[in-house]
Design a protein around this ligand. Structure first.
Ligand code: ZN
Length: 162
């Protein structure tokens, strides 16, 4: 499943097709265009929770000098990390609710999410190569964690909340 940043729809896209010019089934917008998506309260569910593609979020603000300085590096990292990861920018001035939800204390902060679960976090500006290396390491660590559990043949316990 791949979330659409434009309309918030969740698309069923075979992994092999993500490298091609995959488009949203509802609104027709390209599911990735080589640039970071703009994360909002509306598309967060599709991109951050329902999508199978891990989401790397850049929490930033226009008044933050280091954030502005890191912006070109984050954009450049998008080309190297997609389609394995989706990159998105979250303006903490526009979406304070999401910044609060993640307990963002300082910016810039990068948070790597997989299906709504935070798997890694880094505060402070980084160059492109550092962003790419950090995200790839965090991504493979999270995959290793998934492989360890659950045991084969085990059944998930019912959750209290549905
Ligand atoms: Zn769409």
């Amino acid at each position: 499943m791949v979330g659409c940043a434009a309309c918030g729809a969740t698309n069923r896209v075979p992994e092999a097709r993500m490298s091609a010019d995959a488009r949203c089934g509802r609104c027709g917008v390209a599911l990735r265009d080589g640039r970071p998506a703009i994360l909002t309260g509306e598309n967060f569910l599709a991109l951050g929770e329902r999508s199978d593609v891990p989401l790397l979020i850049d929490f930033w603000a226009p008044w933050c000098g280091p954030c502005r300085a890191m912006a070109p590096a984050f954009s450049a990292a998008t080309a190297e990390l997609e389609p394995a990861l989706r990159l998105a920018k979250l303006n903490t001035e526009v979406e304070p609710g999401l910044a609060e939800r993640f307990g963002i204390q300082s910016i810039p902060t990068l948070v790597l999410l997989h299906k709504g679960r935070e798997v890694a976090r880094h505060s402070g500006a980084m160059a492109t190569a550092s962003i790419v290396a950090w995200a790839q390491r965090a991504f493979s660590n999270s995959l290793a964690g998934y492989r360890q559990s659950p045991c084969p043949g085990s059944t998930e316990l019912p959750h209290d909340r549905t």
